[in-house]
Design a protein around this ligand. Structure first.
Ligand code: SAM
Length: 223
């Protein structure tokens, strides 16, 4: 009988956020597939779990994916974890999951934190409907995306890095109505977690008065 492919969410900063189920599954599987073995090794050391680690990323070859599927078909159980958060949310779990579906292998999600859901929970906007656009492109397509975000009635969520947060918000200013609210979360669940909310001008001022270091989730509020 085939083994199970577990897709396991891990903390986005605060290691206390690992679930009891994630911990049990990671300690029970034969192998853990991860993005960066160094990142996952740190989590496993914290959890006092010792397991073989295999690295998997968006450039992993079909032969590599086949090897994982073969192991599952031989009855081994595998867990996939990304560097942080929920696999599949801007992390490369899809190829593995699709290959497992194709072969009729059992797939089990082990839910937990995601920067996406954590930001939604504290943004204070009605989020019954929203658009999620992942990362803002670095070069081509930025202006088009900003126009689409401004034209959309429902909120839009995107991820941004420390290097581009100011540039992105400044550029977005050229498109959004001056009174449209935005929410910006920095370093969620970590020591320097900071939540910013207001008009773009207000959030830019708050960011400049504090820090632009760390990881960001931005939510443009409803029109
Ligand atoms: N799969 C992950 C998840 O579910 O959270 C997201 C992966 S995506 C490659 C990484 C991006 O998510 C970061 O560049 C940042 O924009 C956002 N992010 C991740 N952790 C965060 C945190 N603790 N605080 C704010 N944003 C975070």
């Amino acid at each position: 009988m085939s083994g199970t492919l577990y897709i396991v969410a891990t903390p986005i900063g605060n290691l206390e956020d690992v679930t009891a189920r994630a911990k049990r599954v990671l300690s029970e599987v034969d192998t853990i597939i991860c993005e960066d073995t160094r990142v996952t090794a740190k989590l496993l050391t914290h959890l006092q779990i010792k397991k073989p680690l295999l690295s998997f990323h968006e450039h992993s070859t079909p032969a590599y994916i086949k090897r994982c599927v073969d192991e599952l078909q031989q009855g081994k159980s595998l867990a996939y974890v990304s560097d942080a958060g929920t696999p599949g949310v801007n992390d490369p779990a899809d190829m593995l999951v699709e290959a497992a579906f194709t072969k009729g292998i059992k797939i089990e999600p082990i839910p937990g934190p995601s920067a996406l859901s954590v930001a939604i929970s504290v943004c204070g906007f009605r989020m019954d409907e929203f658009a999620y656009v992942g990362f803002v492109p670095h070069k081509k397509g930025r202006e088009t995306l900003f126009r689409q975000i401004a034209a959309r009635e429902e909120p839009t969520i995107f991820f941004e890095s420390t290097h581009r947060i100011l540039k992105t918000l400044e550029q977005l200013k050229g498109h959004l109505a001056a009174d449209r609210l935005i929410f910006c979360a920095r370093e969620l669940t970590k020591l320097h977690e900071t939540l910013y909310r207001g008009t773009l001008d207000e959030v830019l001022a708050q960011l400049q008065a504090t820090s632009t270091k760390g990881e960001f989730v931005v939510i443009v509020g409803p029109a």
